[in-house]
Design a protein around this ligand. Sequence first.
Ligand code: HEM
Length: 352
Amino acid sequence: MKNSYTEKEQYYGDYLALDKILDAQFPESEARGVEAHDEMLFIIVHQTYELWFKQIMHELNSIIEIFNESEINDNSASLQIATHRTNRIIEIWRLLVSQITVIETMSSMDFLDFRDLLSPASGFQSYQFRQLEAKLGLKMENRHAKCYYEHQLTEEHVEGIREVEKQTSLIDLIGQWLERIPFWDDAYWQNFEVAEGADTTLHPFWATYRKIYQDGLSKGEMSAISMKDFDALFLGKGDLTTRLSTRACQAILFITLYRDYPLLQTPYQFINKWLEIDELMAMWRYRHISMVKTTIGMRAGTGGSTGASYLKGAMEKHHIFGDFARLTTYLIPRTKLPKLPKELIDKMHFSI
Ligand code: HEM
């Protein structure tokens, strides 16, 4: 007996709009009567990436919405939801990195069968990828070879990216949240004992931490690590350019050092996950470059860039959470951590 479905009941294919999705592959080679078996794979792999980019944007938009709230309680459901969704983005990026092996089954000769037919289209024109970078915090002036953008994207897409840039990016929202964290209120530090020989003009914690850190540097490290950078990052002295403010840098370091306190666990995980995403995106870029090298060698891209050499520049320049990674230079072993004032410790435990 044939089943019939009422308007309110869902049928698998209709619910997923499979008629649209499965009827959206139009190999140019087929249209032009040229045999190019692998063009179907090329199209489907790109479409799959775009679907996952859509899901990443869906998660990212919701995280941005949470961070746009003026107040986030660090153990509230909203920070946990943001962390959970960030984790989902991580798993999708892992998949996107490993998925490159599928397109790698296409040989250079197989690609040459249809490559000219798709020119000048290129992954460079992926609007979702560009929006994603901008939402995270990449600005047009910091993009590698930014002249390509105006030549290769439609005016509408360039305008769309600029519109996204006008909104507060995720990294800036995270920075604002970190600045609001109240570790440094005087009330906590009145009874804190500053380390002997430390600069007493500084905040008691930073005076002590700076001293312990400097004393702990080995001879080799002393020549490589500049205390000037330490002072610029955590004391606001000097002219080092950073994306995050001094207060935000202080908060990240503090959260990382004292992450074992219950109140700091979710903030630590959240920050660390974004560092992981930055790394995964760089890994994807790296895998994409090696795949490009084996498929087209040193040829120019269909989008008109210098190909592998352009991509290498973008990989090096398009990190967004680089400040997070840089701060790990200034960690010290747990055994040397300054003991925090009781008032602050009380605040960082869950009270029953
Ligand atoms: C045979 C496979 C592929 C080749 C030979 C290739 C080649 C290239 C080249 C040469 C570029 C630089 C721009 C240009 O001049 O065209 C580029 C950019 C790009 N491609 Fe691919 N690609 C391939 C597969 C993919 C896949 C499966 C994706 C998934 C979405 C992808 C996404 C991108 C993106 C997002 C960019 C811009 C990267 C940036 O500007 O940082 N590509 N690709």
